[in-house]
Design a protein around this ligand. Sequence first.
Ligand code: HEC
Ligand code: HEC
Ligand code: HEC
Ligand code: HEC
Ligand code: HEC
Ligand code: HEC
Ligand code: HEC
Ligand code: HEC
Length: 467
Amino acid sequence: MLGLAMLKRLACSLVGFKVRYNGQDHAGACFKWLFIVIGFAFCVGICSNVGAASDNGKSIPQCVKCHTKVTPGIVADWKASAHAENGVVCSDCHGSEHTSKKTVNLVKFPDENACGECHTQQLEQFLRGKHSKGWLALNALPVTDLEPDELIEGARGCGGCHNMGIKPPKERERLRKMGYHYSVNSCDECHTRHLFSVKEARDPHVCQQCHMGFDHPQWEMWSSSKHGERWFAKQRGELPESAQAPTCQFCHLPDGTHENHTAWGFLGVRLPMPNDKQWAQDRVTILKALGVLDPFTGKPTGRLEAVKQLDLARLTEEAWQRERKNMLGRCQHCHSASFAKKQLEMGDAMIQKADRLMAEAINTVAELYSDGIIKKPKAYTFAYPDFLYFMRTGGGDLSKASHIDQVLLTMFLKHRMRTYQAFFHMSPDYAYWYGWAMMSKDLAKIKEMAEVLRSTRKPADRDGTDK
Ligand code: HEC
Ligand code: HEC
Ligand code: HEC
Ligand code: HEC
Ligand code: HEC
Ligand code: HEC
Ligand code: HEC
Ligand code: HEC
């Protein structure tokens, strides 16, 4: 079926003939009459489904006709799309088994592979990039199972953003059984259905829904930076079309690639360990709170495997340098190499400085665990803070959540991330007031809370286990 569509696309483009289903524009204007006749004959032969319902069951007009009543908005979008213009029809993506109200359950929901049948290159790039891992990364965290299904599988909350990512067939089956059969496709996250417009995908606003807010406000940072300010000035027509203003896409999806990666990634940890001894020690402390290293032996835990598989951090110097070099190449489109290099190195230095505060805070809370002031939640592997439970610091039981751990998590996820993300996105305010300054505040709060807890709580048994 997809093969036929491809053939059709090839045949139609060979004769410069564009089929439209909105009743107008049945031929490219500048072709000789003879050519049009031959082209038409050829296309009718191959695209036999243009007219009435065809015998191979691929009844395009039926879908459109009925859906003009059932879902008029979808048909309107599709009609205005490059797909309609190029003869890609409803059944190319949804199959042709459902043809009536009674057979709705037979309809197919196209996944990324379905798009890849015709857009091989984009799919391959996407698979190599970080976006393809979004769903699996979400499901690797222990907190995910504890939160309401509506916020995960229901594609709002965590699942509304981590929709971005390949769902393996088993996973899709599970979702279907649960009644969540939508959102099987990530390709419509930047060029939304049913227009699938390339223009929309080039607009930085498409990144906003997900790259905003609590722990990754890249939208807020970029849009209020000089880079963003200029882009908006251009949109308002105040600057000429030729004005240079880097968008998210310019820096992160250069030249139309669908492969995205950064050097530091989200977590701001990497291998090999830094030469600076204090920094190396601080990073180890953070890795313990992420549960990747055993807090007592310092040895890797099972979670390290997930970090590797999900590409959560660059694990070799080469992998890190490759991303850094690519990024510098983007800056040099507009800035001098030495200026750009210095800017990014200062960002690295801010990670180092943020890690110092972070490690001190983690150690303060960890001592409360080891002294039995905070009991180890049953679900935790160790009597030690565990960031992967997010705000569910009781290990699921909200009545037992530890508030000082929540403050610690906020310091890590919200304020540490902002400190360096803002540096990389040229946002003075986020870097200082919403980032670094808030980390200083968190640390003071954690120290004071720890003192209060020590003076008011009886220590539990020595190993701190909640029995
Ligand atoms: C005779 C009318 C009719 C025809 C013909 C028809 N559909 Fe539908 N379709 C419906 C109705 C009714 C629904 C259910 C809408 C609802 O859930 O509100 C539906 C639902 C759908 C859905 C959504 C299913 C879901 O679970 O949300 C898709 C996708 C779809 N149709 C695609 C197609 C395609 C592709 C064709 C042609 C091969 C087609 N339809 C032909 C009536 C029709
Ligand atoms: C049967 C083949 C086919 C399938 C399946 C298909 N496309 Fe396309 N697509 C085309 C053709 C043909 C064009 C127009 C020519 C071109 O840009 O290559 C196109 C164009 C596009 C464009 C560019 C639109 C523009 O504004 O210029 C995007 C984006 C796109 N498709 C996304 C998708 C996505 C996402 C899917 C899956 C949900 C998909 N396509 C499935 C054939 C297909
Ligand atoms: C508003 C959209 C959004 C919501 C809601 C959201 N995330 Fe994310 N998440 C993202 C984005 C975007 C990134 C990548 C951020 C970056 O690299 O700066 C990310 C990164 C992650 C990562 C790290 C992936 C990596 O490669 O480093 C994990 C794990 C994660 N999120 C889990 C969750 C969980 C669990 C929830 C709900 C409790 C959640 N997310 C809610 C958008 C979201
Ligand atoms: C290029 C591929 C493509 C084409 C062509 C296409 N669709 Fe879709 N359609 C999708 C994708 C992708 C989804 C979302 C699947 C998911 O939830 O992940 C979708 C979802 C839907 C839905 C259910 C979701 C909703 O918003 O209600 C309906 C109904 C639907 N399509 C109808 C149609 C009809 C009718 C046509 C033809 C006029 C059509 N589609 C053409 C790719 C396509
Ligand atoms: C993170 C956002 C994002 C996602 C997700 C995404 N795209 Fe794109 N896509 C873009 C951008 C940006 C462009 C425009 C590139 C350019 O400037 O030429 C684009 C362009 C395209 C084009 C048009 C290419 C051309 O040269 O005209 C196609 C086709 C396409 N994407 C298909 C896909 C498919 C298939 C998927 C899923 C595997 C996908 N996209 C997922 C952002 C995205
Ligand atoms: C001028 C180039 C540039 C622009 C524009 C830009 N970024 Fe970035 N981005 C960077 C740099 C530099 C890094 C850090 C790279 C590293 O790890 O060394 C980064 C990192 C990221 C990360 C990883 C986590 C982090 O923040 O450090 C995400 C996600 C991201 N950017 C998304 C976006 C989004 C979304 C936009 C648009 C709202 C955007 N970026 C605009 C340069 C840019
Ligand atoms: C539907 C939500 C969504 C949209 C829209 C989206 N992203 Fe993302 N993005 C994510 C998630 C989720 C992750 C983390 C993926 C993972 O867990 O591996 C991510 C990761 C990234 C990263 C990788 C950071 C790292 O770890 O190295 C970059 C860069 C990025 N996105 C850029 C963009 C840009 C640019 C756009 C807009 C063109 C965009 N994203 C649109 C959800 C989204
Ligand atoms: C497409 C062009 C373009 C790209 C690419 C670009 N910038 Fe810029 N950048 C600008 C413009 C224009 C300004 C505003 C200059 C001004 O304030 O006069 C700016 C301003 C800055 C500033 C604020 C300081 C100042 O001079 O006002 C920093 C820092 C910066 N850029 C760093 C970077 C880094 C780092 C990269 C690569 C990750 C990058 N830029 C990529 C165009 C670009």
